[in-house]
Write a protein that binds this ligand. Structure first.
Ligand code: UD1
Length: 420
């Protein structure tokens, strides 16, 4: 296992080139199961989650080539239908193969993903949506089994207790592309990654409208073709680098990203008194002397993303005054709090609300990463603290940040990756 040693207190300054979005890439990879024709996906980040999905597609009879940042996915056999526990357990996005398998191969055996450290993460909305189209999924021994004769378009309400679901929307939308008749998804997720998937499905020949809104309509087709697509840039990586620079008193320019992807984060930074300039597809962020406290509520898109909550908590810790973070998507996603407190933060938690008292500075420490975005928050605190911080269990970061050490070094940080 690797660790990262950070020699903090250096200003993070410069221009960052974003990688392709992990969360857009994974469902797009699953969509290749809807066709036997070759598919080409460009701007794919080299991340462990992408390799996991490639393994799963290979197990499902695809030939997957990953060269530079381009995936070429071709059909080898279309008889496999089983997604084993060992692959679905490590990455919940694997569950997204269920919809395409049911639609194209009319047979699926897909492991249930189970819980994870950020809280209970059910798949009831995925199952509800697919069953509504006629999948008739049976659960036994931790697996979902189904072999529907056909899927039929229906009106499906996909809202849950925490709002819309990104991957349930993706799963049902993919299944609906090969169902008979029209499917209407009400309370669909509006995330840019869902829109990117819809764009791919349309390139494959699907008839879809309303993507990016809470109602998506899909007219089913008899078959779909291959595609070539360039994945959108990673908005969560962009927001994370904004925090990296601001907590070090720095400034950063982020290129080639639609500012609309980051509307809530930009608005929050401005409320915190930080300088944010937006021009075309560029965002420039600069630290002002004082950070104002703020109240953040995480919500589905276009609300403030839960995937930036941990990182923004580091910035709020350096504000003059008391801030709050209300986690409305994953009420238990606070594993980073005890570790940030070990670095001098003053954060307490009551149910889904974290209360953050401002401190002057973080102090370096040895800390343990618990999940992907929590790890990014520890890196942010380490960059801000003068002295040596060691972040253990770096494999969490490898799931979602491509070349993190190299990218930060280019921006003036001093850090190195080592074997534990
Ligand atoms: C995706 C992202 C993840 C992000 C999350 C929320 C990918 C690969 N992952 O995960 O990084 O943190 O969106 O923006 O894109 N829920 C149910 N029943 C379900 C499904 C979800 O109650 O069947 C709940 C979840 O527990 C959660 C909320 O709905 O409270 C939103 O989850 P969801 O949007 O489904 O997250 P994912 O799509 O798994």
């Amino acid at each position: 296992m690797d660790k990262i040693e950070i020699f903090g207190g250096k200003r993070i300054k410069g221009r960052v080139k974003l990688s392709g979005s992990k969360n857009a890439t994974l469902p797009i990879m699953a969509a290749t199961l809807l066709t036997d024709e070759p598919c080409i996906i460009e701007n794919v980040p080299q991340l462990s989650d992408v390799y996991t999905m490639a393994k799963l597609l290979t197990a499902l009879g695809k030939e997957v080539k990953f060269e530079d940042h381009t995936l070429t996915i071709k059909a080898r056999s279309n008889k496999s239908f089983s997604a084993p526990y060992k692959l679905v357990r490590t990455m919940r996005a694997s569950f997204c193969v269920l919809g395409p398998l049911l639609a194209k191969r009319k047979k699926a055996k897909v492991s249930l993903p189970g819980g994870c450290v950020i809280g209970v993460r059910p798949v009831d909305l995925h199952l509800k949506g697919l069953n509504c189209l006629g999948a008739n999924i049976k659960i036994s021994g931790g697996y979902c089994y189904a072999n529907p004769k056909k899927l039929e378009g229906k009106e499906v309400f996909l809202g849950g207790p925490f709002g819309s679901s990104v991957l349930a929307t993706a799963n049902v939308m993919m299944a609906a592309t090969l169902a008979k008749g029209e499917t209407i998804i009400d309370f669909s997720a509006c995330e840019p990654e869902v829109v990117d998937l819809a764009r791919v499905l349309k390139k494959m020949g699907a008839e879809i409208s309303g993507e990016g809104t809470p109602q998506i309509r899909i007219k089913g087709k008899k078959s779909l073709g291959g595609f070539k697509h360039r994945v959108i840039p990673d908005r969560i990586e962009a927001g994370t680098f904004m925090v990296f620079s601001l907590v070090t008193g720095g400034e950063i320019e982020i290129e080639e990203i639609s500012p609309q992807f980051l509307g809530a984060a930009i608005d929050t930074l401005r409320r915190m008194g930080q300088k944010v300039l937006v021009k075309g597809f560029k965002i420039y962020v600069k630290r002002t002397s004082e950070i104002l406290p703020a109240n953040i509520v995480t919500l589905p898109f276009p609300g403030f993303p839960t995937d930036l909550q941990a990182q923004f908590m580091v910035l709020l810790s350096l504000a003059k005054g008391v801030s709050t973070v209300t986690e409305k998507v994953y009420p238990d996603r606070f594993m980073h709090i005890p570790e940030l407190n070990r670095m001098g933060a003053k954060i307490s938690r009551f149910r889904e609300v974290a209360i953050i008292e401002g401190i002057d500075k973080f102090s370096p420490a040895e800390v343990m990463a618990s999940d992907l975005r929590a790890s990014a928050s520890l890196v942010a605190a380490g960059l801000s603290a003068s002295g040596k911080t060691t972040v253990y269990r770096v494999y969490h970061l490898d799931r979602g940040y491509e070349n993190l050490v190299e990218k930060l070094e280019r921006l003036g940080a001093e850090l190195r990756r080592r074997k534990e």
